[in-house]
Design a protein around this ligand. Structure first.
Ligand SMILES: Cc1cc2nc3c(=O)[nH]c(=O)nc-3n(C[C@H](O)[C@H](O)[C@H](O)COP(=O)(O)OP(=O)(O)OC[C@H]3O[C@@H](n4cnc5c(N)ncnc54)[C@H](O)[C@@H]3O)c2cc1C
Length: 406
């Protein structure tokens, strides 16, 4: 009998298992995968992600895998280009792009080091219940063989957007928006990108960032309405999109693609109620978002942290468990809802709101404030210190004065 069983041992599940085990709980974490194992998803970690990894003592391990810190961000929205530089606070850069085969292994190892029991190659097929509460899992090694049952006070689904636990308990969904974009990506050598580059071109977007071993990941996202055209010639469509970013295209032509093209198309947007009697959800299982703003991993880390605080309250008896888990849902939604909706706007390739456009225009040629703009967006300084009416007015006035002078 465990305190907690976690299904899924990647960003959400391994982090949750590690944090619970560090608090002394008896944790079993299972995954049908055997690690190290890659997963064809993106992996740029920013916003609260790097700070949490540092707090957990894992950031140095990630950097040590030959994964460079990323301290510059160029956002290029249909021709308005802004580069934030020196985006590093207390030695923590704004972003890191470790390959998933590297990141997930470090997380799984940290969970085991903390005392969690790891069962790899184990597929959860169904659940035990006492008629009201979920009380455990049933599954088997390698998808066949004898059925094994394990029991726990709480079963956590960190098993991705098609979560078997969420489907079994019929976790209610809300804020549902069907898939908006489709993505193809690969990795190049000889393309010396040392920043996060995001270039929007009409109804498509090109991302580039450095990852392990000197490779550059290049991801292209299109509106889902373009899927048939994109699929008719994936490589040609990818290169055509990259060609619309001329300096990157030049580097790509001089470099070499080292891996096959990967793609993902079925990417719905939703929240799920993340708890019920004897169960909870974290990561993509609880809230799945379009990859546009690269929020999945950093949000999975944050939600693991929030969930473990609530579970600790409940399991230690400080509060009734379901009340503590209701607090988890409230805090998760408070932290996510605004950016979730902004992400939907971006994934629909809506134009920037006029006030944002004006601000970006005013920031051109103002490096110091551009750096602060990106720091505020990335949560490296409190957003209110930048996005307050007096500051925005001051930046606009400064830009007007410069314009008159020239
Ligand atoms: C194209 C694309 C690009 C993206 N780019 C970024 C990015 O740049 N930055 C970012 O932060 N996010 C990005 N994301 C999102 C990110 O990949 C996800 O948010 C993240 O993987 C969620 O982690 P997770 O642990 O919740 O789920 P997953 O990573 O999906 O892990 C779930 C685990 O559960 C296991 N599992 C599932 N069912 C069972 C079962 N029945 N029994 C046992 N094990 C099971 C699986 O084997 C898997 O290991 C991108 C996603 C896509 C598709």
């Amino acid at each position: 009998m465990y305190d907690v069983i976690v299904i899924g041992a990647r960003c959400a599940g391994a982090s949750t298992a590690m944090l619970l085990a560090r608090q002394g709980y008896q944790v079993l974490v299972v995954d049908r995968a055997t690690f190290p194992k890659d997963i064809p998803h993106g992996h740029f970690i920013h916003r609260q992600g790097p700070r949490l990894l540092q707090r957990w003592g894992l950031l140095d391990r990630i950097v040590a895998t030959n994964c460079p810190p990323v301290t510059a961000f160029t956002g290029d929205d249909d021709g308005i280009t802004l580069t934030g530089r020196d985006l590093i606070v207390n030695g923590v850069a704004f972003g890191y792009g470790p390959r998933r085969i590297v990141l997930d292994k470090i997380l799984v190892e940290a969970a085991v080091e903390a005392g969690a029991e790891l069962r790899e190659g184990f597929t959860v097929e169904s659940f035990t219940s006492d008629g009201a509460r979920i009380t455990g899992i049933r599954g088997c090694i390698g998808g066949r063989g004898p059925i094994i049952t394990e029991q726990a006070t709480v079963v956590i689904g960190a098993d991705g957007r098609n979560s078997v636990l969420a489907q079994t308990v019929q976790a209610p969904k809300y804020e549902v928006v069907p898939p908006l974009t489709c993505w193809y990506f690969s990795y190049w050598s000889g393309v010396p990108v040392d920043e996060l580059r995001v270039a929007v071109r009409g109804k498509k977007v090109v991302f580039a960032f450095p990852t392990n071993d000197g490779l550059t990941g290049i991801f292209v996202g299109w509106s889902s309405t373009e899927l048939v055209t994109v699929r008719s010639d994936i490589e040609g469509q990818m290169l055509a999109a990259i060609d619309e970013v001329p300096d990157l295209a030049e580097q790509v032509r001089a470099g070499r693609r080292e891996e096959r093209l990967y793609g993902m198309t079925d990417l719905p947007n939703f929240f799920r109620k993340p708890y019920g009697l004897g169960w909870a959800l974290v990561g993509d299982a609880g809230c799945h978002k379009d990859p546009y703003m690269a929020l999945g991993i950093c949000d999975a880390f944050r939600d693991a942290d929030l969930l473990v605080e609530s579970l600790d309250d409940g399991l230690s008896g400080r509060r009734p468990l379901e009340q503590a888990l209701a607090e988890y849902e409230r805090r998760r939604n408070e932290a996510t809802m605004l950016i979730y909706r902004q992400n939907l706007d971006r994934a629909q390739f809506k134009p920037l709101p006029p006030e944002m456009l004006q601000l970006r225009l005013a920031l051109r040629d103002n490096q110091e404030e551009t750096n602060r703009y990106y720091q505020a967006i990335e949560g490296m300084i409190s957003p209110e210190t930048f996005f307050n009416p007096e500051n925005i007015q001051r930046i606009s006035a400064q830009a007007n004065t410069e314009m008159v002078k020239s």
